[in-house]
Design a protein around this ligand. Structure first.
Ligand code: 8QM
Length: 404
């Protein structure tokens, strides 16, 4: 630790006392992001003894250079080379090539554009029915009644899970995303909450638990074909259950939130429904569901004049990079007409979100359903935040949907 600190100080690396895992930061990160971006291209965070990058150029470059900024030592704060991982590591997220190349190709084949075309019609019907039901209700909590309900309807079915026990999925994912951070109260409480559901999750990943034809069964088909071994198949199904739900829940909640905050943008979208796709990208840029991930350096590396030593943990602020004015003009403005090309909400490089077509499909069918049916989205109360060590989460989002 002393060596790391010396080299940080010795190479002109600015230091900061900001704690990016405090409730304060997680509840309202944007002022802190600005401080971190302006402190320099690389910042040493005293609280944890880690490096951080919050500007777009450096975040993007680090995500692209997997040889130097590896994932195999964990994408949370703990270095798997020093501390045993608290769960068996993911064979997709927390690995490097060549293993990553093999597992990734199995997953991207399953989550392909052709697979999405098969799902679209059914997803759209369910989105239409859900929005009709919510309009009957009028006043809703857009987190519980919309953002959670919809992915919980469509995603477990696409994977091929049994109907019972689906309520276990969200507490499990909530725990995993908290566990990328330090062992603070968020980490400890979510582990305690999820303890009873972990075994259920692991049980669902076995071949005999998965309905034929779903994403899960297709992972096992890849085992039959000899592309992956048994342990890899089981762990890749677990990846789907971990990564596929909480992310889209928050992506949808952030979508409703963004338009509730910007009624003019909702009218723009209604007048021009073909903006749905760029509008979702703008939501992701403006409020990235996954705010941060770590990498670990495999060698000493110079970044913008700062030498980061080997075996350092580097915290990449995806959400801050997406609001860097060096990359995006008026970054704090939510504008669905901007083409937010280059946002890193899905990451970039070899680990770019492999499930993003599912996320895009879910957002697209919900927006389609709302564009034709909902004339306005109005707040009926103050939204609340649910801090998470990785995710940008709303706790509640009280709104009224007005029928068109
Ligand atoms: C985050 O377990 C996994 O493979 C996994 C867990 C979380 C994610 C991705 C993969 C990025 C959504």
């Amino acid at each position: 630790m002393a060596i790391q600190l010396d080299s940080a100080l010795g190479s002109d690396c600015p230091t900061s006392a900001i704690d990016p895992f405090s409730d304060d930061f997680l509840t309202d990160p944007y002022g802190y992001h600005e401080e971190l971006r302006e402190a320099g291209p690389v910042v040493w965070l005293d609280t944890y003894g880690i490096y951080a990058m919050a500007r777009h150029a450096e975040v993007h470059a680090a995500l692209t250079d997997w040889q130097t900024f590896c994932s195999g030592r964990g994408v949370g704060i703990e270095d798997f080379a020093k501390v045993k991982a608290w769960r068996p590591p993911s064979k997709l997220l927390e690995v490097d090539p060549p293993l990553h190349t093999r597992t990734r190709s199995v997953m991207s084949r399953i989550l392909s554009p052709a697979a999405m075309r098969k799902l679209r019609e059914d997803f759209q019907k369910r989105a239409d029915a859900l929005i009709d039901a919510l309009l009957e209700k009028g006043r809703i909590d857009a987190v519980k009644d919309l953002a959670e309900v919809f992915p919980l309807h469509v995603f477990p079915e696409a994977v091929g899970l049994r109907a019972e026990g689906r309520e276990n999925l969200l507490p499990f994912a909530n725990m995993v995303f908290n566990s990328f951070g330090p062992r603070n109260a968020l980490f400890e409480n979510s582990v305690r909450n999820a303890r009873p559901v972990v075994q259920w999750i692991y049980d669902q990943c076995h071949r005999h638990m998965l309905m034929p034809g779903g994403f899960g069964a297709q992972v096992w088909d890849a085992y039959d074909a000899g592309d992956i071994d048994e342990d890899e198949a089981h762990t890749l199904v677990r990846s789907m259950l971990t990564a596929g739900l909480d992310t889209t829940v928050n992506g949808l909640a952030n979508t409703v939130y963004a338009f509730a905050c910007h009624p003019d943008q909702w009218q723009t979208l209604r007048a021009e429904p073909s903006l749905a796709r760029p509008a979702f990208d703008e939501v992701l840029r403006w409020e990235a569901p996954v705010q941060t991930f770590f990498r670990t350096t495999t060698r000493a590396v110079e970044v913008a004049g700062v030498t980061i030593p080997e075996s350092a943990k580097v915290l990449l602020f995806l959400g801050a990079a997406n609001r860097d004015r060096r990359r995006f003009e008026n970054p704090e403005v939510f504008d669905i007409r901007r083409r937010p090309i280059g946002h890193v909400a899905f990451g970039t490089g070899i680990h770019t979100c492999v499930g993003q077509l599912v996320a895009r499909l879910e957002a697209d069918v919900i927006l389609n359903a709302m564009i034709s049916r909902v004339s306005a989205i109005e707040f009926t109360g103050e939204p609340t935040r649910k801090p998470n060590n990785t995710l940008r989460c709303l706790g509640t989002l009280p709104v009224e949907l007005k029928a068109a």
